[in-house]
Design a protein around this ligand. Structure first.
Ligand code: ARG
Length: 465
């Protein structure tokens, strides 16, 4: 090695006469963040070394030294004794340089039939795959917590809203199960994305493949992939796996945000539908009575940075010619941030859901306000009096107006009052005006009747087993 090479870069300094400007080094280096890929980088390199030996490209003894040495590097990184160098740019070169210090000459053979382009594609893909699995576990735990809430209050009535105006009575269990469906779709989105991302880019080398007799099926299998990626250009240029992760994360964060918003509303003094636990609330430094739903508010906000990460990476990737461009180094930080914050939001939501207690009496009292059984009344007019629905809608409207003018709810009207609006109404009508009868009657598939809700709970319990 000439002095020149040392002054520039030990990894690629052969054709360079001078080292980089300090600003060049600052903009170029990714080690500040891609050190999070250390474990994946070393796992990938160990599989690569084993394959090189099995294909007869390097000797067994060199491969053995490389694989052992890499474990030493990993333990240094995990133990916090490793010194990361900005001059060495990224995790790949930091690891390799240290390996070379530890084992000497054989380290230089590791990078045969490989490039940092397929290496980074591999490391990042494995990292995203791991996060995808963690998110799936988190979503399953969240849905299990929701199922417990749903089961406890499968027949508790509460107001169902449209436009945040009381619409029809529903059951608490039904409302909880709506979120189970939403997070269930999130789960399947992450599972689908995982299935698509599970192709191994290693061995695509810089972009064109390699003339060495490598066995890409062997490394793909060793690293838990279904198959090697079938096109070397695509293998190094593709970041769909990260985009799909962020897209699924954005939708999931949007769901979390909607639920968080409901918890903020429900826990207010005006609603009192739920009490959040002290463990997931905070106080105020000036107002002693306050118990603030900070965790819910922060979950509500997380969508901002997570969706921002998605838009950010789309913007980086759009318009990039095949194959690798250095722009793609900007793919990692926002994915790291989005993954960390999604995991945190899911965990916090799971904690809040497990701890919260719904106020059965308040929910039921609220369910009867706002003429919530007006639709039941209209449906009764159709069924009992054979009235066309449009006319029934009109008659019910007149009854609601009457109740409003008397400052009472629909069940408080007298039969005489009702017959004043329509003479054919009979006393049977009062049966459909109660909120319990109302929800019990909604037995259509997916409806709010406790009997239906219990079926859905049973189906999900089986599914999440
Ligand atoms: N640090 C780089 C990244 O994160 C690794 C790949 C570099 N490849 C290259 N040809 N410069 O994208």
């Amino acid at each position: 090695m000439s002095d020149n090479t040392k002054a520039t870069n030990a990894m690629w300094g052969g054709r360079f006469a001078a080292g980089p400007d300090a600003i060049m080094e600052a903009i170029n280096a990714s080690i500040g963040f891609d050190q999070r890929l250390a474990q994946q980088d070393i796992e990938g390199s160990r599989a690569h070394a084993a394959m090189l030996a099995s294909a007869g490209i390097i000797t067994d003894s060199d491969a053995g030294a490389i694989r052992e040495g890499l474990l030493t590097v990993l333990s240094e990184i995990e133990g916090g004794t490793f010194t990361f160098s900005t001059a060495l740019e990224d995790i790949h070169m930091n690891v390799e340089a240290r390996l070379s210090e530890i084992i000497g000459e054989p380290a230089g053979r590791l990078h045969t039939a490989r490039s940092r382009n397929d290496q980074v594609a591999l490391d990042f893909r494995m990292w995203v795959r791991g996060q995808t699995d963690a998110v799936c576990d988190g979503l399953i735990a969240l849905n299990k917590a929701l199922l417990i809430q749903a089961e406890a209050g499968a027949d508790w009535v509460m107001p169902g809203f449209t436009h945040l105006q009381v619409a029809q009575p529903v059951t608490w269990g039904h409302h909880m199960m709506a979120y189970v469906e939403m997070f269930g779709r999130d789960l399947s989105r992450f599972q689908n994305a995982r299935a698509r991302m599970n192709e191994c880019p290693l061995g695509a080398a810089a972009l064109a493949g390699t003339s060495f007799p490598i066995d890409r099926h062997m490394t793909a299998k060793a690293l838990g992939f279904d198959a090697p990626a079938a096109n070397s250009l695509d293998a190094v240029a593709d970041r769909d796996f990260a985009l799909e992760f962020l897209a699924a994360a954005s939708i999931c964060a949007m769901h979390l945000s909607r639920f968080a918003e409901e918890l903020v509303i429900w826990s207010s003094a005006q609603f009192r539908f739920v009490a959040l636990s002290d463990r997931f609330s905070t106080g105020s430094s000036i107002m002693p009575q306050k118990k603030n739903p900070d965790a819910a508010e922060l979950i509500r906000a997380k969508i901002g940075r997570i969706m921002g990460a998605m838009v950010g990476l789309f913007t980086v990737m759009k318009g990039l010619p095949l194959t690798y461009s250095k722009d793609m180094q900007e793919d990692k930080e926002q994915v790291f941030d989005a993954a960390d914050n999604l995991m945190l939001a899911i965990a916090a939501m799971t904690g809040m859901v497990s701890d919260m207690s719904a106020n059965k009496e308040t929910l039921e009292a609220a369910a009867s306000t706002g003429f919530s059984t007006a639709t039941d009344l209209a449906d009764w007019l159709v069924r009992a009096l054979n009235m066309p629905f449009r006319e029934a809608h009109h008659v019910t409207g007149a009854l609601v107006a009457l109740a409003e003018s008397q400052n009472c709810d629909l069940p408080d009207l007298t039969l005489t009052d009702m017959q004043f609006v329509h003479e054919a109404i009979t006393g049977d009508v009062f049966e459909v005006l109660g909120v319990h009868n109302s929800v019990a009657s909604r037995v259509s598939y997916g409806g709010t009747a406790p009997s239906e809700v219990k079926k859905q709970i049973a189906r999900w319990k089986e599914k999440l087993k």
